[in-house]
Ligand binder design. Structure first.
Ligand code: ISE
Length: 328
C-alpha cells in the first residue's frame, strides 16, 4: 500500500515536490495539489486533484501525509492544521516565521504524542554533504578548525524581501553545518560588504563560533550573477575535505576547460530532494522517522538563530547565540 500525499503550494518547489512524489519516490502516490492559483495547482497535479483550498486538502481522507511548500508566512498555520489532523507533514524551510511560532509547532507535536513534523532542510540528504559528514565523523583528517561555506544565487528570487538572505537562505547553512559538525553555535559576527553598508548587505560574511571550538564562515551572495553555487570545505588539523565542482562533467575546448553552474538550487539539489522525500515516505511506512532528517526542533533552531542574526547584522557586533530551553 502506498502513502497518499497532498502537496500545498505549486510554485517552484511545490511543483518539484509533486513531480518527485508522483514519479520518483517508491511507496507514495500524489493525491492532490493545492495552490491559490488553480491553474498552477492543476499543472503541478499531473492528473491528480487540484484545489485552491489547502485546509480541505489536509482534511481529505485520501491525503495521508502533507507536504507544505507554500510561501514562508503560511507554513505555521498549515503545519499546525496537519498536526491537528494527525497527519505527518514535511514542511519546506523555514518551518515558521518566528521562534514563538516554531515553539507552538513543537508543543503541538508533543501533545500529539508522536513525531509528525519533518523540516525540509534537504541538504542533509545531499550526497556531497553526506560524504563530508562520514569523513568528519571518522576524524581521519583530525579535528575540524574551520568550515568555509559559500551560498551564492545568480539573482535573488523575485519574492525576496528584507532579511530573507538570512531567514530564507542562510538558514540552510545554519541547519546543515550544525548537523555536519554535530555541534551548536555559541556566537556570530556579521560583516556586510562595506560597499553595500547601509544598503542590501549583499554579499555578507557570517562567522560563527561553535561550542566544539571551531569556526564556520559563510558567504551569502544573493546576486552572484554567474549561477547557483553552494560550496563547503572543511579545514581540519590534518587536511581538508571540500565539495568537487557541482557539474558532473567538464568540457575542454579552445584552450580552456569549463563546467556549468545550474541556474538555481533545483538541479543542484535534485538528488537531495528525492532522497529526503524517499526517507520521509519510508519513515511513514515503517513508523520510524528518518534519524538524520531535520525535526521540528531543528526547524526552530534555524529560525530562532536567524532572528538573532538579523539583529546582529543591524548592530554589526559579535553576538552570543542562545536557544530556548528544549522541551523534554
Ligand atoms: C531558496 O529558498 C532555497 O531554499 C535554496 O535552497 C537557497 O539556496 C536559496 O538561497 C533560497 O532562496
Amino acid at each position: 500500500r502506498t502513502v497518499g500525499v497532498g502537496v500545498i503550494g505549486a510554485g517552484v518547489m511545490g511543483a518539484e515536490h509533486a513531480r518527485i512524489l508522483a514519479g520518483d519516490v517508491a511507496g507514495a502516490h500524489l493525491v492532490a495539489v493545492a495552490d491559490a492559483d488553480l491553474s498552477r495547482a492543476e499543472a503541478a497535479a499531473q492528473g491528480a486533484r487540484a484545489t485552491t483550498d489547502a485546509l480541505a486538502l489536509i482534511a481529505d481522507p485520501a491525503v495521508e501525509a502533507v507536504l507544505v511548500a507554500s510561501p514562508d508566512a503560511t507554513h505555521h498555520r498549515l503545519v499546525l492544521a496537519a498536526i491537528a489532523a494527525g497527519k505527518p507533514v514535511l514542511c519546506e524551510k523555514p518551518l515558521a516565521a518566528s521562534t514563538a511560532e516554531c515553539l507552538e509547532i513543537v508543543a503541538a507535536e508533543r501533545r500529539a504524542g508522536r513525531q509528525l513534523v519533518q523540516t525540509g532542510f534537504m541538504r542533509r540528504f545531499d550526497p556531497a554533504y553526506r560524504e563530508m559528514k562520514v569523513a568528519l565523523d571518522s576524524k581521519a583528517l583530525g579535528a575540524l578548525r574551520i568550515l568555509h561555506c559559500q551560498h551564492r544565487n545568480a539573482a535573488a528570487p523575485a519574492w525576496f524581501t528584507g532579511a530573507m538572505a538570512i531567514t530564507n537562505s542562510l538558514v540552510h547553512e545554519i541547519d546543515v553545518c550544525r548537523w555536519l559538525l554535530s555541534t551548536e553555535y555559541s556566537a556570530v559576527t556579521v560583516i556586510p560588504c562595506p560597499s553595500e553598508a547601509g544598503g542590501s548587505g549583499d554579499p555578507a560574511l557570517f562567522v560563527f563560533e561553535t561550542e566544539a571550538g571551531s569556526l564556520v564562515s559563510v558567504e551569502v551572495f544573493m546576486n552572484a550573477v554567474y549561477g547557483y553555487h553552494v560550496h563547503a570545505e572543511a579545514v581540519c588539523a590534518g587536511g581538508t575535505i571540500g565539495m568537487a565542482h557541482p557539474a558532473l562533467t567538464r568540457t575542454r575546448r579552445d584552450g580552456a576547460e569549463e563546467g556549468a553552474f545550474p541556474a538555481n538550487w533545483v538541479p543542484r539539489f535534485r538528488d537531495a530532494y528525492r532522497l529526503q522525500n524517499q526517507a520521509w515516505i519510508d519513515g511513514i511506512r515503517s513508523a520510524t522517522p528518518p534519524a538524520d532528517a531535520s525535526t521540528a526542533w531543528d526547524g526552530l533552531v534555524a529560525t530562532c538563530l536567524a532572528d538573532q542574526i538579523v539583529e546582529a547584522m543591524a548592530t554589526r557586533r559579535r553576538t552570543p547565540l542562545v536557544l530556548p530551553e528544549r522541551p523534554h
